[in-house]
Ligand binder design. Structure first.
Ligand code: MLT
Ligand code: ZN
Length: 464
């Protein structure tokens, strides 16, 4: 029996495309967390801003919960629709609308995939520098909703730094045109930044004006094998002083083993505890500055093995070792942590976190990887085959409470770039004070009085 609310939605927004088959509800109701059973009411696929406004006006009037939806590559459950919500997918709004060569900006609809934006920027001789493995599936709207980071934050910053303006439709259907691409604007609250990382709770991003950067310099790609995390940090510091780093990523042997089991080619004859893959500005693999910097690290006895890519194909192969980790771990239903501390706090934090996890997860495989240059560590606990999914998640949830306490003591965050969503909601208080959360609640209530936007995500309403 079709839900009668859908007839009223059709009447309110004539011509709106709706998807309602079981396969569509399943597809649009889940994200990459795969932990919740999708159960949306229906999927609205608006073609333009007017239809988005119409859907949200209708939802606010009728108190229908709405889950804004991009590429659903999120890892925190922010785009899950498991409670009869209406999914609002922007996938039909994916056009590149404008390029301004003087401002060096690209204006796109929010459903544009990250990779399409990168390609459009390249087509104008510039670059959109946010980058990560899900580039082909994730969308700019989703990137903005989570303030996505990725592998080039060290050099270019997070998504937040790239947004010169955005259009936001509020829960009540108002269209806000925020900052309009201005470089300087000191005219009161910057609502653009409130929307960024709000996980679709303060409005739906429908359009963005993105800053483009000059094209990247020619780079050399290196893979280094290192004995310890302390050494890894020394190498980072030494290379940062000597080279212009475009990316500096790490992973452990556990992570590499899974990528190799997934079909990648082993880079060395034997295993090492830690690996770094990095891009540094260089004229080629024989660049004198590069060899000098590498020589310094080798001379200090820090590097156990290393390879400098001799071709673009080899560089891509080395990067696949890092970028293939998420996919290679996925069959093991990993419990994902996405923490960050200041870069200076990383060695102390890592030592304590490793001790904590070794004690809490005896016999579990734990894969560490992430973005050294910006303090962001991904800690993936793999589900032992013998353990049921629910027991595993419960156990990981309890350990995460301890980990969140450690993050708090080191002044860090429980989510660096994946967002809070459903997965990290119980631990928000370890990163944000009660006073901050109270202000967030007040803002959310002001912009979404009927409480329809992504309810239950980020934080719950106060209990009455
Ligand atoms: C990454 O850095 O690869 C992404 O954040 C995805 C992940 O953590 O699995
Ligand atoms: Zn990451």
């Amino acid at each position: 029996m079709p839900d009668p609310r859908l007839d009223s939605l059709r009447a309110a927004v004539p011509g709106l495309r709706l998807a309602t088959t079981p396969a569509e509800l399943e597809h649009y109701g889940r994200d990459w967390t795969r932990r919740w059973t999708p159960a949306p009411l229906a999927v609205a696929l608006p073609a333009d801003i007017g239809e988005v406004q119409g859907v949200l006006r209708w939802a606010s009037a009728g108190g229908v919960a709405v889950v804004p939806s991009g590429g659903r590559t999120g890892l925190s459950g922010g785009a899950v629709a498991a409670n009869g919500e209406l999914v609002l997918s922007l996938e039909r709004m994916r056009r590149v609308l404008d390029f301004d060569p003087v401002d060096r900006t690209l204006t796109v609809e929010a459903g544009a995939p990250l990779e399409a934006v990168q390609e459009a920027a390249r087509g104008h001789g510039l670059q959109y520098p946010v980058d990560f493995a899900a580039r082909g599936s994730c969308t700019i709207g989703g990137n903005i909703a989570t303030n996505a980071g990725g592998i080039r934050v060290l050099r270019y910053g997070n998504t937040r730094e790239q947004v010169a303006g955005l259009k936001l439709v509020t829960a009540t259907g108002e269209l806000l045109d925020l900052n309009r691409g201005l470089v300087k604007n000191s005219s009161g609250y910057d609502l653009r930044h409130l929307a960024i990382a709000s996980e679709g709770t303060l409005g739906v991003v429908v359009e963005a004006t993105l800053k483009l950067a000059p094209p990247p310099p020619p780079v050399a790609t290196l893979l280094l094998a290192l004995p310890s995390f302390e050494v890894l940090m020394q190498v980072f510091q030494a290379l940062r002083e000597r080279l212009a780093l475009e990316a500096f990523e790490f992973f452990t042997d556990v992570a590499l083993r899974h990528v190799l089991a997934h079909g990648a080619q082993a880079p060395f004859d034997r295993a090492y505890p830690y690996y770094v893959v990095l891009d540094a500005a260089a004229e080629g693999p024989d660049d004198a500055r590069l060899l000098d910097a590498f020589g310094h690290c080798a001379g200090e006895g820090w590097v156990e093995d290393g390879v400098v890519a001799q071709s673009q194909a080899q560089a891509a192969q080395l990067w696949r070792l890092r970028e293939g980790i998420t996919e290679a771990l996925a069959p093991h239903l990993p419990y994902k942590n996405d923490v960050a501390v200041r870069v200076s706090a990383m060695p102390a934090f890592l030592a304590e976190a490793q001790a904590l996890l070794a004690a809490e997860y005896p016999g579990f495989e734990v894969a560490w990887f992430g973005h050294i240059g910006d303090g962001n560590l991904h800690i993936n606990v793999l589900k032992p085959a013998a353990l049921g999914q629910e027991t595993f998640v419960e156990r990981c949830g309890a350990v995460t409470a301890h980990l969140a306490g450690l993050v708090e003591r080191h002044g860090g965050t429980i989510s660096a770039e994946h967002g809070i969503g459903l997965v990290k909601k119980p631990y928000l208080g370890c990163t944000r004070s009660n006073a901050e959360i109270a202000v967030m609640r007040a803002l959310r209530a002001a912009l979404d009085p009927a409480g329809i936007l992504n309810p239950g995500k980020l934080f719950d309403p106060p209990s009455r």
